[in-house]
Design a protein around this ligand. Structure first.
Ligand SMILES: C[C@](O)(CO)[C@H](O)COP(=O)(O)OP(=O)(O)OC[C@H]1O[C@@H](n2ccc(N)nc2=O)[C@H](O)[C@@H]1O
Ligand SMILES: Nc1ncnc2c1ncn2[C@@H]1O[C@H](COP(=O)(O)OP(=O)(O)OP(=O)(O)O)[C@@H](O)[C@H]1O
Length: 289
């Protein structure tokens, strides 16, 4: 038996850090939403007791370091599964980009193996297991749009944001999330207005969403990599309605209402950025079928 599962990227419309915790993680408040830029995870049932993985992407590990492998191992050990799986990942999401590509592959593997290995777990149970793999995995198990608290694993669903284009550009650098959090100076940061963003999403106000995007990690990554700030400037010049870095970066995204402006931005950015995408947000959260 074979399953093909879509593993979409996320963007952070709002990312705030409240304080550093005693376990070394940071207490965050974020609004995340999935976008129509996705990896494809193919799971093939194996009779033998083994987890095999391949991704054919030189930046992605083909072994136990892969987050999808870790998801399979976690389920296998926790529920004493005797069968195995071959995981094949078609990588379309840029790696180490702030788009949760690895986390989404892990979440897709959890959802898929739940079916392939007939575990009958709920989405809530899968999300809780996912938090053991990484802070973004719980959100990726549900997808859609959500408020995430704690270290990112406490999820409250939100309605989908108003329809618009998301134009993403990633410069040719990878960013270490751990490094960005480590360099964050909490004193004197200006916090995004998260309640205003939640309100704007609930009211379906595109202007409200644009007025309230914010990410406290931007300052750290922009200082380390000036090319990220340059992309932000370019996007603003090409007429984006809002511009923000996603997660710990370096991907920057623009929200754009009009088709013509989306084309202008997309074509303009392709001139000096190696990876550019124009996609929609995905309204629907994942379901278990
Ligand atoms: C930047 C974001 O992607 C925004 O959605 C997430 O906060 C990070 O999520 P992630 O990549 O799944 O993070 P993890 O793999 O759990 O952690 C990577 C590293 O980031 C730091 N980290 C992560 C999450 C968090 N709330 N506080 C942290 O300080 C820790 O040093 C951790 O060792
Ligand atoms: N399935 C996977 N896809 C991509 N990277 C993976 C995967 N599994 C493990 N990794 C490792 O994780 C690192 C971070 O990759 P990923 O693309 O998930 O980062 P990210 O988008 O910045 O994540 P986040 O937004 O959650 O911080 C990579 O350098 C890679 O070595």
């Amino acid at each position: 038996m074979k399953l093909l599962i879509k593993a979409p990227a996320k963007i952070n419309l709002s990312l705030d850090v409240l304080h550093k915790r005693s376990d070394g993680f940071h207490e965050v408040e974020m609004i995340m939403t999935t976008i129509d830029l996705a990896d494809r995870v193919e799971l093939t049932f194996l009779e033998e007791d083994a987890i095999r993985i391949n991704s054919q992407n030189r930046f992605v590990p083909d072994d136990q370091r892969n987050l999808a492998f870790q998801a399979a191992k976690l389920l296998k050990e926790r529920f004493q599964v005797k069968a195995g799986v071959h995981i094949s990942i078609e990588k379309n999401i840029p790696v180490a980009a702030g788009l949760a590509g690895g986390s989404s592959d892990a979440a897709a593997t959890l959802r898929g193996l739940n079916k392939l290995w007939k575990l009958n777990l709920t989405l809530d149970e899968l999300a809780e297991l996912g938090s053991e793999i990484g802070s973004d995995v719980s959100f990726c198990v549900y997808g859609g749009t959500a408020l995430a608290k704690g270290r990112g694993e406490k999820i409250t669903q939100l309605p989908p944001p108003p329809t618009c284009w998301v134009v993403l550009a990633k410069p040719f650098i990878g960013v270490s999330t751990a490094d960005v959090y480590r360099r964050l100076e909490l004193s004197g940061i200006s916090h995004p207005n998260l309640p205003a963003m939640v309100e704007a999403i609930k009211e379906g106000s595109f202007n409200g969403v644009c007025d309230n995007v914010g990410n406290v990690l931007e300052e750290v990554t922009l200082k380390l990599y000036p090319e990220v700030a340059q992309i932000k400037d370019q996007m603003q010049r090409f007429g984006a309605d809002a511009v923000l870095m996603s997660g710990s970066g370096p991907t920057v995204f623009a929200l754009v209402h009009h088709d013509s402006r989306m084309h202008r931005l997309y074509n303009g950015l392709r001139g000096f950025c190696d990876q550019v995408f124009a996609v929609r947000m995905l309204g629907e959260r994942h379901t278990l079928d």
